[in-house]
Design a protein around this ligand. Structure first.
Ligand SMILES: CSCCC(=O)C(=O)COP(=O)(O)O
Ligand SMILES: [Mg+2]
Length: 236
């Protein structure tokens, strides 16, 4: 029996291309001006200081250069992810950004929520960035479907301890939780913590098996995942 689904975003509910070709370039382009305008805001100043400390550089232009380098190398650094969330908020607010979610994911998340399954996001993107993405989709505001959000403040996605922390926060046995992701190392860590796992094979993901059940989309997850059978009926 599965009581909760915890899903990754990039490559799972949403396309790799949206994150790499839309969100990251948007953040890189907007970052220098954002820091000029908001660098003295307490929240932004604290994140810049956290990034400077993590990189071992002085505050000022060196931090901006560091952050831009981290975006280029797709580093999942917590202060960068929090800053990206703040930057993307402006883009979602003025309509320049819209969160990409696959139609099958929106449909099944709705059905699972309606059937009483608890739904959570676990992404390297900050909780704020996660909420923004799901609040601004082609299918409307999907945030009411979710019971909670986790980001790297709970730990890295390739560490089993992070999934143990999520299971403790949800007060559920790990075996009653299903983690969905495109990344084998994340699935390995979740399984080490006792969660059930399933790999999504979205466009651009290496399809070679890595020891976890695979599905091409959420409709296949609903069809093939043991323990989800009782909640499959109401997908609209
Ligand atoms: C919250 S949307 C932005 C996603 C992001 O910044 C990222 O690094 C993708 O990480 P994920 O863990 O969802 O693969
Ligand atoms: Mg992913």
């Amino acid at each position: 029996m599965i009581r909760a689904v915890i899903t990754d975003i990039e490559g799972t509910t949403s396309s790799l291309a949206f994150v790499k070709d839309t969100l990251f370039p948007y953040a890189a382009q907007a970052l220098p001006d954002f820091v000029r305008r908001h660098g003295d805001d307490p929240e932004v100043a604290a994140l810049l200081a956290e990034a400077a400390a993590e990189a071992g550089v002085e505050q000022g232009p060196a931090v901006v250069d560091t952050l831009l380098g981290w975006i280029r190398e797709d580093r999942k650094a917590t202060p960068l992810k929090a800053l990206q969330g703040l930057i993307w908020a402006e883009g979602y607010a003025d309509g320049r950004l819209r969160g990409h979610v696959y139609a099958d994911a929106a449909r099944r998340l709705r059905a699972w929520h309606a059937a009483g399954l608890r739904l959570y996001i676990y992404s390297s993107g900050s909780v704020r960035a996660q909420q923004l993405l799901f609040a601004h989709t082609a299918f409307g505001d999907l945030t009411p479907l979710f019971d909670g959000y986790f980001d790297t403040r709970i730990g890295g996605k390739r560490e089993a301890a992070s999934y143990r922390g999520i299971a403790a926060a949800l007060t559920l046995p790990p075996a009653e939780m299903l983690f969905l992701s495109d990344v084998c190392a994340e699935l390995d860590a979740a399984r080490e913590a006792g969660l059930q796992t399933r790999q999504l094979l979205r466009e651009g993901v290496d399809p070679r098996p890595c020891g976890h059940p695979q599905s091409t989309d959420f409709d296949e997850v609903a069809r093939d995942q043991a323990g989800l059978a009782t909640v499959n009926v109401s997908a609209g």
